[in-house]
Design a binder for this molecule. Structure first.
Ligand code: FNR
Length: 207
C-alpha cells in the first residue's frame, strides 16, 4: 500500500530546482509514496479575522481539505535571505488555524531544502522544522537534506535528477521518508490495537 503524501514547494518559480527535486523523490519511491503537489501560490495572506468569518477563503478550504486526509507531508523549499520563503510560511499558518483545528497535527513530515549555494538552505530548513515542532509533526531526523550546489546541470531533460552524488543522497532520503511514515503509522496502529485489547480485557474481567 502506498502512503498518501502532500508535497508543498516553497518556490513559485516555473523552473524551480526544489520542485524538480520533489518530482525526483516521487519518482524514486512511487511504489510506496503516492505523492501529490499541493499548490500554495494563490493563498491569500493569512489573517486571523478569517478564523471567525462566516466563510473562509476558498483557497484556505482547498489547502486544508488537501492536507487533512494525507499520511505524511513533504516540504521542499529554497531559502530566502536565510529564512523560509513567505509563501510557504503563509501556507503553514493557513493550515494551522482556526485554533484547535490544525490540519498538520501528528502528520509525519520530512524537510528538504535545496539551493545553488553551498549551505543548501540550512536556515530555511531549520525554520520549517521549528514550526513543525510546534505543530506536533514528527519530522524525520536523518538523513538531513541541505542540498547545496544544485543547478540546471543537476537535472536531465525530463526534469529528474541525473545520476551522481546528489541523486544518491535523494534516493536515500526518499527511502528513509517512506520508512519513517511507515514506522509512525504502524506504531500507532499497534498501540491502538493494544489499547483496544486492554479495554476488552477490562470489560471481560468480573468486577
Ligand atoms: C535567494 N537565494 C538564496 N540562496 C541561498 O542559498 N540562501 C539565501 O538566503 C538566498 N536568498 C534568496 C532570496 C531571494 C529573494 C531569492 C529570489 C533567492 C537563491 C535561491 O537559492 C535560488 O534562487 C534558488 O534557485 C531558488 O529555489 P528554486 O526556485 O530554484 O526552487
Amino acid at each position: 500500500m502506498a502512503y498518501k503524501i502532500a508535497i508543498l514547494v516553497g518556490s513559485l518559480r516555473k523552473e524551480s530546482f526544489n520542485r524538480r527535486i520533489a518530482k525526483s523523490i516521487c519518482a524514486i519511491r512511487n511504489d510506496g509514496l503516492d505523492c501529490s503537489f499541493v499548490e500554495i501560490g494563490d493563498l491569500p495572506l493569512y489573517n486571523q479575522d478569517y478564523d471567525s468569518a462566516p466563510q473562509q477563503p476558498e483557497q484556505y478550504v482547498r489547502l486544508r481539505d488537501a492536507i487533512r486526509p494525507v499520511d505524511g507531508v513533504l516540504f521542499v523549499s529554497p531559502e530566502y535571505n536565510r529564512g523560509v520563503p513567505g509563501v510557504l510560511k503563509n501556507a503553514i499558518d493557513v493550515g494551522s488555524r482556526p485554533y484547535g483545528q490544525s490540519v498538520w497535527d501528528k502528520k509525519p513530515a520530512a524537510i528538504v531544502t535545496a539551493s545553488p549555494g553551498a549551505i543548501g538552505g540550512f536556515g530555511s530548513n531549520h525554520q520549517i522544522r521549528q514550526s513543525c515542532v510546534f505543530l506536533n509533526m514528527p519530522v524525520m531526523q536523518q538523513p538531513e537534506a541541505y542540498l547545496g550546489h544544485v543547478t540546471d546541470a543537476s537535472f536531465d531533460e525530463s526534469g529528474c535528477l541525473k545520476d551522481g552524488p546528489l541523486k544518491d543522497l535523494v534516493e536515500k532520503l526518499a527511502h528513509a521518508f517512506h520508512d519513517w511514515v511507515d514506522m509512525i503509522h504502524r506504531s500507532r496502529a499497534a498501540l491502538a490495537e493494544d489499547s483496544a485489547r486492554e479495554a476488552q480485557q477490562r470489560e471481560e474481567q468480573p468486577a
